[in-house]
Design a protein around this ligand. Sequence first.
Ligand SMILES: [Zn+2]
Length: 273
Amino acid sequence: MTESVQTELTKDVFVLHKTSFNIACLESEALQRLYHETTSCVQNVKIEVIGNGEGRRGREEHSATTIGLARQRPVIEIADWLDKGQRIEAIAHELAHLLLVYRSGLGVVGRRVPRPGDSEDIFRFFMSMRGDWVYLLGQISNTTHHLILIDLLKQEYGIEGDLHIYLLHQNFCVAANDNMRDKESQYGMGLVAFEYERLIGKFGGTIDVDHQSEFFWEAYHLAQKHFGGYGFRSMPAPSAYEGNILSFLEALGYQREDFMFFPEGKQDFRSIT
Ligand SMILES: [Zn+2]
């Protein structure tokens, strides 16, 4: 009896928290056009609504996330608290990420696997990755993409990026005042600061600049050097993009050989926001 009740509850919770979503109900021609252009580059793009704060990563807040990039079966997950206009923005934002990955060849950077071909080994490797690695590498792909896609959406589709700008501000304020962060996370924050300056403006009044670490500033200045020229009208070629990211990581003290770009392999471990 108890067991069957619990099973039913579990099912209900699952159904309530994750439901597939049809963009037609948003009545946005621009979004439909973007969706069709994206699905002509990568098929099987699914959109799902996630409930009850599942879109949050720690204390940060995200309106949407895309998973399944590497196996070319992307699922866009949008938060249930978004209103109609925000849903259009959030889905368009994720679709633009997919366009950059699959049409423009600007893939997502990840750690190189230790023994290609050994799926068990690969799985263990990625499962052992610390969360801060995921944050730093995810932020590299996010920030480089955002410098391009905010203007791409505005100019090609007339879709604003207000929601992204709002969340960038909110999450930057929260994360920059978190003193417990490790080296990779502080590098990631330096990237966010660089993105903030490019998309919003000076951040001196937003966070306590005197108490940011040397890692924060190192990544901030290196991001300016390696990605400062990125924009919708100055999109890098895939080879230049990958070279810039590897040089950025090398300048931070990592080995270029330890990284690779997805989709290329078969493992699916990363998401973009
Ligand atoms: Zn994004």
